[in-house]
Design a binder for this molecule. Structure first.
Ligand SMILES: *Cc1c(COP(=O)(O)O)cnc(C)c1O
Length: 218
């Protein structure tokens, strides 16, 4: 977050707009949008808010949004128009709204509050990630990032050194055991990823580790 604050301050210093892709962090990491000088923050219903898939949303500084009026290059992605319609018509969506997704989003927000808010959810995610990373290291895997750079919910893991390692076979075995993991080759290293966003608790991480232990030999 400190880095983001520096970026926000630099953006303001040079008179730039600061747009933050918070798709997979909003709702799971405490952040003060004003303090970070964020003009637009973009996120999704189905990540750390724990709603179902169906819409994205944007938290925008009103003055910035008003300055965008009439500048959209597409009809359906006209953010200003969407906002204006909602303002003028009691929260009405411009086109058919995904009613069930909105209802699920409302319920997800109720559950976020019941959990104790973003700070508490962050703690849970962080604990889960730590259990995962420590457990994988115990099993001989190496984690890509240092603890200081590690996110609380997405872990990149190096492929094991064994020549015979096949990510696809590993993936298929874990899926059969009830866990879906992520491919995630980055350009400089062979890695896969495990994500722990969602209604997941330490005992789930332990079950996953057990499944990894039982399926890590190929
Ligand atoms: C999840 C994610 C997306 C896809 O968003 P959906 O609303 O789930 O389709 C795009 N970009 C980033 C960075 C994401 O984490």
């Amino acid at each position: 977050m400190r880095r983001k604050k520096r970026i926000g301050e630099a953006a303001k210093r040079f008179g730039k707009t600061f747009i933050v892709d918070a798709m997979s962090s909003f709702g799971g990491v405490p952040m003060d949008i004003a303090d970070l000088h964020i003009d637009y923050l973009i996120s999704s219903a189905n990540k750390c808010i724990q709603g179902v898939p169906g819409f994205g949303f944007i938290v925008a500084k009103t003055t910035e949004l008003i300055a965008c009026k009439g500048r959209a290059r597409t009809l359906s992605l006209d953010l200003y128009d969407q906002w204006e319609t909602m303002e003028k018509h009691n929260g009405k969506w411009r086109f058919t709204s995904p009613t069930h997704v909105v209802r699920a989003f409302y319920q997800a927000l109720v559950e976020l509050e019941a959990e104790g808010g973003v700070a508490k959810r962050y703690e849970r995610y962080k604990r889960n990630q730590e259990i995962l990373a420590e457990g994988l290291e115990r099993l001989g895997f190496r984690i890509l990032l240092t603890k200081e750079s590690q996110s609380p919910f997405i872990t990149s893991i190096y492929y094991p050194d064994q020549e015979a390692f096949s990510f696809q076979a590993f993936y298929d075995r874990l899926k059969k055991a009830g866990f879906v993991i992520y491919p995630g080759k980055i350009s400089q290293a062979d890695t896969f990823r495990i994500v722990n966003i969602g209604e997941i608790y330490p005992e789930d991480m332990e079950r996953l580790l057990k499944a990894v232990e039982e399926n890590r030999f190929w």
